[in-house]
Each structure stands twice: as structure tokens, then as C-alpha cells.
Design a binder for this molecule. Structure first.
Ligand code: NAP
Length: 291
């Protein structure tokens, strides 16, 4: 394995994939509208709108593996603009999978934990997806296409990821921290549960998967199930911030465009057995990311 192509290199996760790219690889990172500075000599970047359907840069680079992170990752934007969401999240993914097959390249896809309906939580890889919104529908359709059309593929379902952004667009943990530090109240849901994963952990796990021969679905989350409210309280503890600024609210008060699952916590038993990367709890993750 020598060459790895990464879509969405300018995104929250994509920037970490570039940062942690192991030296033996030559990496080509694709971005669309947010230019990326290449971190190290073995990492190059290319401006490419994946909707333009021009796969020349990809054929020229001829990767042996691809990590596909580019997406409309906003759940509400997908609900408000479903045609655009299907175009980038599903149809473009199918085209990339076809190219990957043609090039004989391993394909690693970023799906999501929100493909479940959230009725039971602790979801395992075998549990059937039940999408509640357009974003989840596009991800499930893409998963199915990949698993049916490419034998050497991994469908990674990451939990909500958090950490320090490298792309100048603050992550939700940074927004929360900034507001609390400025003495502003932060309203957080008490009734939606996830197993948040530190973005650094997710990136190193994905690099492990490039190297491994694992095929099929893999759930990658942190080791702790929390609501956003509980996460806020942990953040206050870690940074010594006033916890009375965290205001608990039920999610139905938020007026979000798309319905969300109540509990899409992931069971990470398989990831623990497949990966060396230690998947951290929220307190350890925040300490590692910000101290
Ligand atoms: N964030 C989470 O907590 C979370 C949780 C579960 C799953 N995921 C999934 O994980 C993946 C990465 O998420 P993220 O938070 O890192 O996403 P992000 O920060 O929103 O980044 C999205 C990336 O996709 C690129 N992109 C979007 N439309 C494109 C197009 N038409 N052509 C080319 N590139 C395009 C963007 O490029 P430009 O910015 O340069 O335009 C950007 O690099 C996504 O597939 C997302 O659905 C995310």
C-alpha cells in the first residue's frame, strides 16, 4: 500500500486524517471550497468538486486505498435540501465506489450512528438501520451500495465526534467552551444519547483500517454513553467552568428541521477487538484534546 486518496480533507475529520497520515504513504487530500495547507511533504491536496464528475485527479493518482469522508454532514441541511443531500451523500459515493473497484482500491466510507431509530441504544453492527431523516436515508442507501458492489470495503459508523478543530470552523465542543468561558448560558439536550468519539481517535482508527484487511461494517464510538447535557457538565469539570451556565432542555424545544434518534449509542466491542487505538471516554478525550 503506497497511495491513499482522502475526500473531504478540509472537513473536521479530514484535517485530522491529513495530520496523522503515516509517513510511508503518499496522500492526496481532496477539498472543495475551503483550501487546505498540506501538513507534511508526503501529503498533497487537490481542489475538486466531487459533483463535477471529473475523476481525472483520482485516476492519475491511482490510489490503493480511499477514505471517503466528504458529505453534506449537516442533518438539518439534508432535510431542507434533500436533492442536494442525495447527490453528494449517495450518488457521488456510488461513483467513487465504482472508480475504487476499477482501480482495485480499498474503500473506507464514513457513515453515521444516526442511521438507527434510537429506540434501543447500544447498537451492534448487525442491528438493522431504521433511518428517521433524509441524512440517515442517504447514508443507509450508500452503505448498501458499497457492501453490494465492493468486496474490499469498510463501512465505518462513527458516533458524534468532538475535539479541537484544525480547519478554523469551531467544533461544538469549542463553541460550548467559548460561550461558557464568556459567561454565557449554554442550552443542552438531556434526552438524546450518543457515544461521542474524540476526532483524533477516529482518525488514527481509520489509518489502522487502511492497513488492515477488515471488511464490512464497524462501529467506532467513545467508551461512554452521554447526553449533550452530561457532556457539557463533564466539560465544565475538565476546564473548571461554572456548571450552572449549562441549562438542561428537552430536544423538542429546539425546533430542528430533522427528527433525531433518542439513543443511538454504539456498541464498540468489535472495534475494540479489531483496533489498537484506545477509544476514550469523554473526560479523557477532552483532556487529551485541549490540555
Ligand atoms: N461530525 C460528526 O460528528 C459526524 C458524526 C458521524 C458521521 N459523520 C460523517 O463523517 C464524515 C466527515 O464529517 P465532518 O464533520 O468532518 O464533515 P465536515 O466538516 O462538514 O466536512 C465535509 C467535507 O466534505 C466536503 N464536501 C462537501 N460537499 C462536497 C462536494 N460537493 N465536493 C467535494 N467535497 C465536498 C467539504 O469540502 P469543503 O469544506 O472544502 O467544501 C468538507 O471537506 C461525513 O461523511 C459525515 O457525514 C460526521
Amino acid at each position: 500500500m503506497e497511495r491513499v486518496y482522502i475526500t473531504g480533507a478540509s472537513g473536521f475529520l479530514g484535517r485530522y486524517l491529513l495530520k496523522y497520515a503515516p509517513k510511508p504513504y503518499r496522500v492526496l487530500g481532496q477539498y472543495r471550497q475551503h483550501p487546505v495547507r498540506a501538513f507534511q511533504g508526503h501529503v498533497q491536496v487537490v481542489q475538486q468538486d466531487l459533483l463535477a464528475n471529473d475523476w481525472k485527479p483520482l485516476y492519475n493518482f491511482a490510489p490503493q486505498a480511499m477514505i471517503h469522508t466528504a458529505a453534506q454532514a449537516s442533518i438539518d441541511a439534508c432535510q431542507l435540501h434533500p436533492d442536494d443531500a442525495w447527490e453528494i451523500n449517495y450518488r457521488t459515493t456510488c461513483k467513487l465506489v465504482d472508480v475504487a473497484r476499477e482501480l482495485n482500491a480499498r474503500f473506507i466510507f464514513l457513515s453515521s450512528d444516526v442511521i438507527f431509530d434510537g429506540q434501543k441504544g447500544d447498537y451492534q453492527e448487525e442491528d438493522p438501520p431504521v433511518p428517521l431523516n433524509v441524512y440517515a436515508e442517504t447514508k443507509v442507501a450508500a452503505e448498501q451500495y458499497i457492501l453490494e458492489h465492493h468486496p474490499d470495503a469498510v463501512v465505518v459508523r462513527p458516533a458524534l465526534f468532538y475535539g479541537q478543530s484544525l480547519n478554523g470552523r469551531p467544533s461544538f465542543t469549542e463553541v460550548m467552551y467559548k460561550n461558557l468561558k464568556a459567561g454565557k448560558s449554554v442550552y443542552l439536550f438531556t434526552d438524546q444519547y450518543r457515544t461521542p468519539v474524540l476526532v483524533n481517535n477516529l482518525a488514527t482508527a481509520l489509518w489502522e483500517l487502511v492497513e488492515s484487511d477488515y471488511q464490512g461494517i464497524l462501529h467506532i464510538g467513545g467508551s461512554q454513553k452521554v447526553s449533550r447535557y452530561e457532556m457539557g457538565l463533564i466539560l465544565c469539570e475538565v476546564f473548571n467552568l461554572p456548571r450552572d451556565l449549562i441549562i438542561p432542555i428537552p430536544s423538542d424545544q429546539a425546533n430542528q428541521a430533522a427528527p433525531r434518534p433518542r439513543d443511538c449509542s454504539l456498541n464498540i466491542g468489535r472495534a475494540r477487538s479489531v483496533l489498537k487505538t484506545r477509544l476514550l471516554d469523554v473526560r479523557s478525550g477532552l483532556n487529551l484534546a485541549f490540555h
